[in-house]
Structures are given as C-alpha cells and as structure tokens.
Design a protein around this ligand. Structure first.
Ligand code: NAP
Ligand code: F7E
Length: 328
C-alpha cells in the first residue's frame, strides 16, 4: 500500500524538492501550510506539482493545528522542515525564531505522541548547531556550540527529537544538514543573492553586489541531493542522526568567483563589502564528514559546487530575461 507523508515547510526550498521526491515514490503528500496573505507556492509551481499535494492549514507554534493535521492526514512519515530558517533574521526576531524553529519541533513531537506514536519523524537539524566549531571536520560526534538564536533554537529541537526517541520510543531522526542550495533557494541566502546579482549585472540591470563577510567558509551541496538523505533516514530499521554534507568547504569569495566567472565577469569589479551584512556572531567555517550517511544510508552528494552554481546562474538568467521581456 502507498505511504502517506506530511511535510511542514512544504513551500520552502527543501519542502518543494522533498514533495517531488515523495510523489515520485507514490506517496500521498500533505503539506502543512501557514496562512499568508499572498501566494507563496511558487516553488511547487516551478516543479509542476502544486496540484498534486493536499494542503492542511496550520502553524508550528499552534500545537492544536498540528494535532488536527495529524488526525486528518494519518501519515506514516512526518517531515518537519518548517522553520524561521534565515540566520540573520534570528537576531532581529529571536523569540519568533525560538517559537517556530525550536518550540515548533516539540509541538510536532507532542502531536505525534498524543495521536499515533508509530509515525516516523524527521527533524531538519543543521550544521549551524556546530557554530564555533569544536573540531575542524564536523561529524555526528562533534560537540555543539551554536552562534545564533537560530542555531540555539535548532539545538533545542535536535535534543527534543533525541529525547522523545529515548523517552517514548518515537522513531525520530535528525538530519544534521550542511548548507544546501538550488535555483529554488530564497533570495536572502548568499548563494542565491550572488547568482541573482550575477544574472542582473550580466543583463545590465544591476551595477554591483553588496555582501558582508566573504571570508566565511561553507560546505555547500545541492538541495535535490539532500532530500534523498532525509527520506532514506526514515526507511532504516532504527532511528538515528546523520551528518549530510559534501566534505568540501569553500569561501563565499571563491563561490562568488565561480558564479561571476561563469558569465565571463570578474567578481572583484562588482562585489562591495558592506558592514550592514556582518552578523553579531559569525560561523567562520563549516566542513562536514558524511561518512556515516555513506556507510549506513548509501547516500552521497552527487552535485559539485561548480555544477550547482551553474544551475543557479542559468535559472536566474532565465528569470531575469523573462522579467525584462514583461517590462518591454
Ligand atoms: P525555507 O526555504 O526557509 O523554508 C521554510 C518553510 O517553513 C517556509 O515555507 C516557511 O513559510 C515555513 N514556516 C516558517 N515558519 C513557520 C511556522 N511557524 N509554521 C509553519 N510553517 C512555517 O527553508 P529550507 O532551506 O527549505 O530549509 C528547510 C528546513 O531545513 C528548515 O527547517 C531549515 O532551518 C533547515 N535547514 C536548512 C538548511 C539549508 O541549507 N537549506 C540546512 C540545514 C537545515 P514562510 O516562508 O511562509 O514563512
Ligand atoms: O550565509 C555570509 C554569511 O545566509 C552563508 C541556512 O539555510 O545554512 C544557512 O545558513 C555565509 C555566512 O547561510 C552575505 O555571513 C556574506 O557566513 O547563505 P547564508 P547560513 O547563515 O550559513 C544553514 C546550514 C542553515 O541551517 C540555515 O537555515 O555567507 N555572507 N555576505 C552573507 N550571507 C547572506 N545571507 N547575505 C550576505 O550578503
């Protein structure tokens, strides 16, 4: 019999790719969506799956809406991808971030515990929990030291998932995912900010690109690859936590170079350092060790940073070209 899944954050980057993957595998997919006054389903539309998902309204901060959603969907699997996920915003709205990104996880776990504790649960944990890194290469065993309200909130959700596994035998898995990007990435994140700017500069409708700390290093992969790891975690016999990463780290500066080079421009002619984009506390370096994911899940990143950036620049060139045609 086909399985049923509920996905929070389905209108976000990962939610869209995960929904597509689950639909391809024959799942019935329910999207748990927060009410917004304007449509936010553009990612599902880009993937052509907006009519294949059933939607249930609710909010991660409202446990009653989660219990209602679980009772309607009766899922086999519950993927919690919803969160206030932008690190920069988490200093400006720390309490909202704690409520949705942190307490929201506990609300999901409670909804499962009270409705049907056999539901398998995936929690979107993050490399941001490593923050001020305690080891040069981070694995499942590396101690955490979060550096942002977002990282702190995620750590609460991470430990709550482990606690519900140990206390109530809930099949809860945490994917400690390192940065992953795609043409569906939000424009506020640095890779997409860069690829969008590259397209606009190339097509003559933007002059420069203002960035903050371009010496920060990230382990960047492709979101389309990473959602496979989420699904694989819930197909194992036993629940566990996994680092999902490429094992390669690159500075924001070198990522810019790759993106500008692709359209034949020199990033140094366009990038302006703007302290407005510095963070109160920075995560200088992230580099994941995906050995366990490879050994247990048979998962590994397939897309190189160069191919990822190329895919993103091409998508942004198409979008900006379309925008310019509409204006003509
Ligand atoms: P994203 O694009 O920001 O998507 C997050 C989604 O959550 C959005 O659709 C958002 O809706 C929804 N949401 C926010 N607050 C909510 C609430 N209170 N109730 C219900 N829904 C809510 O994030 P993503 O990049 O797809 O990431 C997916 C998850 O993985 C997130 O939990 C993120 O923190 C985590 N993560 C991401 C990365 C990465 O590199 N992408 C790495 C590690 C972990 P609105 O936009 O309408 O508010
Ligand atoms: O920043 C630097 C910035 O916002 C990356 C989220 O998905 O991954 C993401 O969090 C780096 C940081 O991602 C700008 O200071 C420089 O060092 O793209 P980002 P993030 O903060 O790493 C983790 C794993 C998550 O879990 C999060 O949900 O780039 N940087 N200049 C800049 N960053 C931005 N956004 N904008 C700049 O102008």
């Amino acid at each position: 019999m086909n399985k049923t899944a509920i996905v929070t954050g389905i209108f976000g980057q990962d939610g869209a790719y995960l929904a597509k993957l689950l639909l391809e595998k024959g799942y019935k997919v329910y999207g748990f969506i927060a009410r917004r006054s304007t449509p936010v389903d553009w990612r599902l539309k880009e993937l052509g799956i907006e009519n294949e998902v059933e939607y249930i309204e609710g909010d991660l901060t409202d446990v009653s809406s989660l219990i209602r959603a679980v009772n309607i969907a009766k899922p086999d699997e519950f993927y919690n991808l919803g969160a206030q996920s932008f690190v920069g915003t988490s200093w400006k709205q720390p309490i909202l971030t704690a409520q949705s990104t942190g307490l929201g996880v506990l609300n999901c776990l409670e909804a499962i515990r009270l409705s049907n504790s056999d539901i398998k649960f995936y929690q979107a944990s993050t490399s941001e929990m490593f923050g001020l890194i305690q080891e040069p290469i981070q694995s499942e065993k590396t101690p955490f030291h979060p550096r942002s309200p977002y990282g702190v909130a995620k750590l609460f959700g991470h430990w709550m998932t482990i606690n519900y596994r140990e206390s109530f035998n809930i099949f809860g898995c945490c994917g400690i995912l390192f940065n992953h990007e795609s043409p569906l990435r939000g424009i506020e994140f640095v890779t997409r900010k860069v690829t969008d700017a590259v397209a606009r500069i190339k097509l003559g409708c933007q002059k420069d690109l203002h960035l903050g700390n371009i010496d920060a290093k990230r382990d960047w992969g492709f979101a389309g690859d990473y959602v496979e790891a989420m699904w694989k975690m819930l197909q194992q016999d036993k629940p566990d936590d996994y680092v999902v990463a490429t094992g390669r780290t690159t500075t924001v500066r070198d990522m810019c170079k790759i993106a500008f080079d692709y359209v034949g421009l020199n990033y140094e002619d366009y990038v302006v350092i703007d302290p407005k984009f510095y963070r109160p506390a920075e995560v200088d370096l992230l580099l994941g060790n995906p050995k366990k994911a490879k050994e247990v899940l048979n998962w590994e990143a397939k897309t190189s940073l160069e191919d990822l950036i190329k895919m993103m620049v091409e998508a942004d060139l198409r979008r900006v070209n379309k925008e310019l045609k509409v204006k003509d």
